[in-house]
Design a protein around this ligand. Structure first.
Ligand code: NAD
Length: 255
């Protein structure tokens, strides 16, 4: 039961972040949503669970805006007990053609943002004597794929950061872990299906081929399933799960 706890989920106006926010609100947590676009649908959906919910539109590629997000969390919610670093972007290109500004953006959003949120969240967690940090990495935090240099580098980096933070909090009631999803059908993945379908003209086939290449189950992971895993990490049963990188990937990393 997470009643009395406040969760901040970055990038939670859609996709996986929203799925995790919903599970945490269902379990009783107050929620701070973050992310671009119109947040009203996400606010209404999470609000249905009857908990306090707010949204802050910080661009997590900017450390100054992350500091503003934490000032808001402190002021309006009394701090962050559960930090879910989820905001992330993708770009697909071979390394020698990879746009330099896309590399920088992916490292900033998918990796550096978690360093900034973590350093700002930890003092309050230590003070209140409890905390959970959950980094949404990827199966690409464990294995590589062609054309995803920045993403794979950032996600491997995020798994590394997870281990260090877990060690630095090992004797405290604060845990830090990573979750490593395989394909989840969100806007981020739909974009990649659309790109494939533009070449073949067949969206169903593009979707099947995308799964068949990597995900032995031939089925997508869902945001709700990832939310349930996050909820487990927040429970007492998760107290001694520390520095782990848990995949939920339909068998991807088993190959
Ligand atoms: P999504 O595109 O549906 O959602 C991304 C969210 O991040 C949105 O709310 C967006 O507004 C927000 N966001 C993007 N840039 C931001 C920024 N600079 N500042 C603040 N918010 C920002 O993507 P998703 O598929 O739900 O991905 C969520 C996380 O899960 C990412 O870290 C992604 O790498 C990871 N992931 C996704 C999959 C997948 O198959 N979809 C697999 C493994 C890991």
């Amino acid at each position: 039961n997470l009643t009395g706890k406040t969760a901040l989920v970055t990038g939670s106006t859609s996709g996986i972040g929203l799925g995790i926010a919903l599970k945490l609100a269902e379990a009783g947590a107050d929620l701070i949503l973050n992310g671009f676009g119109d947040a009203s649908a996400a606010l209404a959906e999470v609000g249905r669970h009857g908990r306090k919910v707010g949204h802050h539109g910080a661009d997590v590629s900017d450390p100054a805006q992350i500091a503003e997000l934490f000032a808001y969390a402190e002021r309006d919610f009394g701090g962050v007990d559960i930090l879910v670093n989820n905001a992330g972007i993708q770009h697909v290109a071979p390394v020698e053609e990879f746009p330099v500004e896309r590399w920088d953006a992916i490292i900033a959003i998918n990796l550096s943002s978690a360093f900034h949120t973590t350093r700002l969240a930890l003092p309050g967690m230590r003070q209140r004597g409890w905390g959970r940090i959950i980094n949404i990495a990827s199966v690409h935090g464990l294995v590589g794929s062609e054309q995803k240099a920045a993403y794979v580098a950032a996600k491997h980096g995020l798994v590394g950061l997870t281990k260090v933070v877990a060690l630095e909090t090992a004797t405290t009631p604060i845990t830090c872990n990573a979750i490593c999803p395989g394909w989840v059908l969100t806007p981020l993945v739909q974009q990649q299906i659309d790109e494939r379908a533009r070449e073949s003209g067949d969206e169903q086939q593009a979707r099947h081929d995308l799964l068949a290449e990597k995900q032995p189950s031939l089925d997508f992971v869902t945001p709700a399933q990832l939310g349930a895993m996050a909820l487990f990490l927040c429970s007492e049963a998760g107290d001694q799960v520390r520095g782990a990188a848990w995949n939920m990937d339909g068998g991807w990393a088993a190959r």
